[in-house]
Design a protein around this ligand. Structure first.
Ligand code: FAD
Length: 408
């Protein structure tokens, strides 16, 4: 066989899984479609990520990149500003993290996997998969020169993100519970000089009239920022102009962004991505497991994607290890259910964001300190903390808190 484990994709989930498996002594090959460094969306991490990076012994490499510190989240709507400081969160653990241009972050993680001995074949795209032979999985790639090749291993981890390789090839896809939305985004030279602006926080702003239209401003450490706007699928048809003009027009409609971006230079292309919410019938099967975005992806609003990707690697690696040692594995309980418990907490807050309940909670002027710290934990990504009452029967709890908050 070519490896003990084949991994599809060298994004955060794939590289972290590869490094953890190598440390356990396995032969690991990653098959990656692109050549690194390459652009990827998903630039604001959550403090919960740091525990997973620590587990994979990746903190030193990430710290060496001098990424922008992130210690909280700021929100703005129609002149109201509010913020959450992650050091005030309910759950013990990391209270800060980074905002990262993903080209550099993903390359750092991929190199750290290679440093441990994982082999990465770039420009290798998976085109077929066969799990019909017990104990031997087979993947077929086409490389950058058009050459086809088969690869065999004892197990496959699909970390192909939005590529969704095995969900497509094995017909595992199922519609997301969330309606399709789209985002326009770019990188800018931000030139922000406003004195009360805190580069250590992501800014999430809401359109003054359309509460389902919201923006992110993610500052980096090099004077540039990621700026994006998320909207319902049909909203863009109500605007005119190029994607750049629409992004600028929408951003300038929001008072805080208009103030912050008044000197910014829009010097890079504007990208569009839509219909990104996705789900699958199962996160595992005979011979494979789906990690990160290759499984379920919800929504960008709480920057949960990389956290879920790293959590999935952290959960799956010990189970693959067990399987390869011949120990029976309960994938349903120990992987699917555990991972989905946290994803479902995020889902409850995403639903409440778009129906307005969570926006009311965020902007309520008077908030009980304890409730605020519990919500702060969610915003910091600690959704698997069952001791936080706001992770249990979330929708009902959100209802109860929102009922006591004034309308936006
Ligand atoms: P990815 O990072 O997508 O990596 C998958 C890898 O697989 C890629 O390198 C790809 O080239 C490779 N691949 C794909 N197809 C194939 C193939 N056929 N063969 C071989 N290799 C293949 N998350 C956050 O945490 N913070 C944010 O601020 C954030 N903002 C977002 C904003 C938007 C608009 C969207 C849509 C998402 C955002 N996300 C964010 C989510 C984030 O982008 C993903 O959740 C995260 O990148 C998932 O990591 P991953 O390792 O699962 O997959």
């Amino acid at each position: 066989m070519d490896a003990d484990v084949l991994i599809i994709g060298a994004g955060p989930a794939g590289s972290m899984a590869a490094r953890m498996l190598k440390k356990r002594g396995y032969r690991v090959v990653i098959l990656e479609k692109e050549l690194f460094p390459r652009f990827s969306i998903g630039e604001s991490l959550l403090p919960q990520c740091m525990a997973f990076l620590e587990e994979a012994d990746l903190l030193e490499q990430v710290a060496a990149e001098n990424f922008q510190l992130k210690n909280g989240a700021a929100f703005s709507h129609a002149g109201k500003l509010t913020e959450f400081d992650f050091s005030q969160k309910f759950t013990p653990g990391w209270g800060s993290t980074y905002q990262v241009p993903r080209a550099g972050f993903d390359q750092t993680l991929a190199e750290a996997a290679e440093d441990c001995g994982a082999v990465i074949h770039y420009r290798h795209s998976i085109v077929a998969a066969d799990f019909n032979t017990p104990g031997q999985a087979r993947l077929t790639t086409i490389d950058g020169n058009g050459l086809q090749r088969d690869w065999t291993a004892g197990w496959v981890m699909d970390a192909s993100g939005f590529g969704r390789v095995l969900p497509r090839l094995l017909e595992l896809e199922t519609p997301s519970s969330l309606p399709p939305r789209q985002a326009l985004f770019t990188h800018i030279e931000d030139r922000i000089t406003v004195p009360d602006y805190d580069r250590n926080k992501i800014l999430i702003a809401i359109h003054p009239q359309f509460h389902e239209v919201w923006y992110w401003l993610i500052p980096f450490s090099n004077g540039r920022s990621s700026l994006g706007v998320v909207m319902p699928m049909d909203f863009i048809a109500t605007r005119s102009g190029s994607p750049l003009e629409i992004l600028q027009e929408l951003a300038l409609a929001e008072p805080r962004l208009a103030e912050l971006l008044k000197d910014s230079r829009f010097d890079a292309p504007v990208n569009r991505i839509g219909g990104y919410s996705a789900d699958v019938k199962n996160l595992y099967g005979e011979g494979f497991v789906l990690l990160g975005n290759a499984g379920e992806f919800l929504d960008p609003v709480f920057s949960s994607g990389v956290t879920i990707a790293l959590k999935s690697a952290s959960l799956a690696v010990p189970l693959v290890d067990k399987h390869l040692r011949g120990v029976p594995v309960d994938w349903q309980a120990d992987y699917e259910q555990t991972l989905r418990n946290g994803i479902n907490v995020f889902r409850a807050y995403v639903d409440a964001w778009y129906d307005g309940r969570f926006q009311r909670i965020i902007f309520a002027e008077r908030q009980l300190t304890q409730i605020k710290s519990m919500i702060c934990s969610i915003l910091a990504g600690f959704v698997w903390d069952e001791t936080n009452p706001m992770t249990q029967r979330c929708s009902k709890k959100i209802d109860a808190v929102a009922d006591s908050c004034p309308p936006l």
